[in-house]
Design a binder for this molecule. Structure first.
Ligand SMILES: Cc1ncc(COP(=O)(O)O)c(C=O)c1O
Length: 440
């Protein structure tokens, strides 16, 4: 193994069941991070494992340039059913990064198909404090300083606007008097560069781990949609983390009734039972390809692999059967009412934000001035370690204040979590925060 870190030791995994992971000694860890906010249905679901095994025995792979497969069509139907009306096609990939790479290329090719090869639309406006994947393409549209820094000379760097980071408004303004400048900035940026060069705007509807589950003001997404439409710019929703029920709606854009042009999703799609993602394509975009060249100039060997599709079908059917999207919504309301008032009074906790079962805690040195900790203190990672010592996983993020400083942790347990397990998450979280406060 080339390890994730040559300098860190990790417990060795043995198995998983429900919301728990077990190490080789049999010690249980409550997975309050759902892996990487991805194990949405928990571990050890026999019917999913069985569906994958059955398909693998029949045929695991059939190359898309030669074969169609019923199981792929079934998976695509279930995914399209989850998406807003007007999304009738699904392009399967193997990860979130691949979904977003495909979105970038599809946005560019859409305009070539529609307007001819002289179309000058190619730029994709992204946001600061965003993450769309680790490939060089997606790092170019992302705004996670930490993940970009080493590779800067290799990136094609697309334009960025500020994120709706209300706790530390980049304009020093306060909602609602701010006039959602963070959304208006998109309009200004498109005008400055020239809409004829802009193919798309990309954003996470609820921010992921980069800044700790940023939830925008109510008017933000409807206004963003309007700006994209006016300028003939595609709207790409990165729902890799937020999709498939995580925030209490099928897709997080549903909270605002906004319909994008392309939706990238992965993580919860097969909920860690298979590495699979999808680019969900609006009929308007698909139609340009159908009428045009007929071919998306992009593919990977494992796109649309039957074994992966079997996993998608089994997971989405399991989600439906157990009404897990509704369950995530109910947990979101519970957390908002029962946890947030208590969490925001804790030492070190500056802000708590989120929806459904995706919550972020921003950690600060001073709750009044909002002063962050020095980057070198590694406070979010330390909280993760303290929680792990207590038998629970968390998902840390950093650098969102100024590219150096800033600490957050994501709390995002599997959607199947039960009441007593949630109580355990709260207990360990509070205890770990107290232990961290004592250390600092
Ligand atoms: C919003 C978002 N987009 C894209 C990605 C990249 O997905 P993957 O790690 O599956 O390549 C992630 C992963 O964390 C993500 O949270």
């Amino acid at each position: 193994m080339f390890p994730r870190s040559f300098k860190e030791d990790h417990p060795r995994i043995r198995r998983g069941e429900g919301v728990y992971l077990y190490d080789e000694s049999g010690r249980a860890f409550l997975d309050a991070a759902s892996g990487a906010v991805s194990a949405n249905i928990g571990y050890g679901v026999e019917e999913v494992a069985e569906a994958i095994a059955r398909q693998t025995r029949d045929v695991p792979f059939a190359h898309g340039s030669v074969w169609d497969a019923e199981v792929n069509e079934r998976a695509a139907s279930l995914v399209a059913e989850l998406a807003p009306a007007g999304f009738g096609s699904v392009w399967f990939v193997n990860s979130g990064s691949e979904a977003m790479e495909a979105a970038m290329k599809m946005a560019r090719q859409f305009f070539l198909e529609r307007d001819g090869v002289s179309s000058s639309k190619y730029l994709i406006i992204g946001r600061q404090n965003s993450y769309h994947g680790s490939t060089l393409g997606t790092l170019g549209i992302g705004g996670n300083v930490n993940r970009r820094r080493l590779f800067m000379p290799m990136l094609f760097d697309h334009p960025k606007i500020e994120a709706p980071y209300c706790y530390r408004c980049p304009y020093g303004a306060t909602y609602p008097g701010c006039g959602i400048r963070c959304a208006e900035e998109l309009d200004r940026t498109i005008r400055r560069i020239g809409a004829r060069y802009i193919a798309a705007f990309v954003a996470e509807p609820v921010g992921g781990s980069t800044a700790g589950a940023l939830v925008p003001p109510e008017e933000y997404w409807p206004r963003i949609r309007e700006i994209c439409t006016v300028h003939d710019v595609l709207l790409i929703a990165d729902e890799v983390m937020t999709g498939c029920g995580r925030t209490g709606r099928n897709f997080a854009v549903d909270h605002w009734g906004v319909v994008p042009d392309l939706i990238g999703t992965a993580k919860g799609l097969a909920a860690c039972y298979y590495p699979v993602g999808a680019l969900i394509v609006s009929d308007r975009v698909a139609e340009a390809f159908r009428k045009g060249s007929g071919v998306f100039a992009h593919s990977h060997t494992f796109n649309g692999m039957p074994a992966a599709s079997a996993a998608v079908v089994a997971v989405l059917e399991y989600m439906k059967k157990h009404r897990l999207v509704e369950r995530a919504a109910r947990w979101g309301e519970f957390i908002e009412k029962e946890w947030v008032p208590e969490l925001v009074t804790q030492d070190l906790v500056g802000d708590v934000r989120g929806k459904g079962l995706l919550w972020g805690l921003e950690l600060v040195k001073d709750r009044v001035s909002k002063e962050p900790f020095p980057a070198a203190a590694g406070v979010a990672s330390r909280l993760k370690a303290l929680a792990l010592e207590r038998g629970m996983t968390l998902y840390p993020g950093r650098s969102m204040v100024d590219g150096e400083r800033g600490d957050n942790v994501i709390v995002a347990p599997p959607l199947v979590i039960a009441r007593e397990e949630m109580a355990r998450v709260r207990e360990i979280l509070l205890d770990s925060l107290k232990a961290l406060a004592r250390e600092l």
